[in-house]
Ligand binder design. Structure first.
Ligand code: ADP
Ligand code: S3P
Ligand code: MG
Length: 167
């Protein structure tokens, strides 16, 4: 059966896309980032999907992207930070190697900076991130089969820990 080597979850700025790429390279497989899949399916960047069609439509496309990635991909999968909110996705993640990348509020704010790529964080990133973290931390903690600290650690070091623990 095809199954991803690891599925990365965590808040925006935890490093899912960055660590996902490095982990895939280290394992000699490819990365599937569901945010990129959504953009490819819609033919537009996420920021435009939010503006034109709204968050609900984005979540619909995201659920489909996650469903496909978990069913088809045998490399590394990086989810968007809010993907785990969907009950369907929570159920689909059961039985997978789910790596929860942990990051605190202040460090997440620093990392996402003023980037406009994340529509939920355009206005007042700190308070938006605080809200997201409050809502989602219990979900990340429950779904993650491996919890990994990312603060003060380079992506390569995080990758080495993941490789050691999922083998
Ligand atoms: N371990 C880390 N230490 C410092 N900066 C990091 C780390 N992981 C990721 N970053 C930086 O944080 C920002 C967000 O990373 P990204 O991989 O896009 O996170 P996510 O996909 O979880 O939102 C990027 O600028 C990235 O270079
Ligand atoms: O947390 C969220 O709800 C979102 C996180 C983003 O992905 P990253 O977590 O990779 O930044 C992206 O899916 C979208 O902007 C919504
Ligand atoms: Mg990402």
């Amino acid at each position: 059966m095809t199954q991803p080597k690891a599925v990365l979850i965590g808040p925006p700025g935890s490093g899912k896309s960055t660590v996902g790429a490095a982990l895939a390279e280290r394992l000699g497989v490819t990365l599937r980032d569901t945010d990129s899949d959504v953009e490819a399916a819609a033919g537009r960047p996420i920021s435009e999907i939010f503006i034109d069609d709204g968050e609900e439509r984005f979540r619909e496309l995201e659920r489909a992207a996650v469903r496909a990635a978990l069913a088809e991909h045998d490399g590394v999968v990086a989810l968007g930070g809010g993907a785990v909110l969907a009950a369907e996705t929570q159920e689909l993640l059961a039985g997978h190697t789910v790596v929860y990348l942990k990051v605190g509020l202040s460090e997440a704010v620093k990392r996402v900076g003023l980037a406009t790529a994340r529509p939920l964080l355009v206005l007042n990133p700190r308070s938006q991130l605080r809200r997201l973290l409050n809502e989602r931390l219990p979900i990340y903690e429950r779904l993650g089969t491996l919890h990994v600290d990312t603060e003060g650690r380079a992506p390569e070091e995080i990758v080495e820990q993941i490789v050691k623990e999922i083998r």
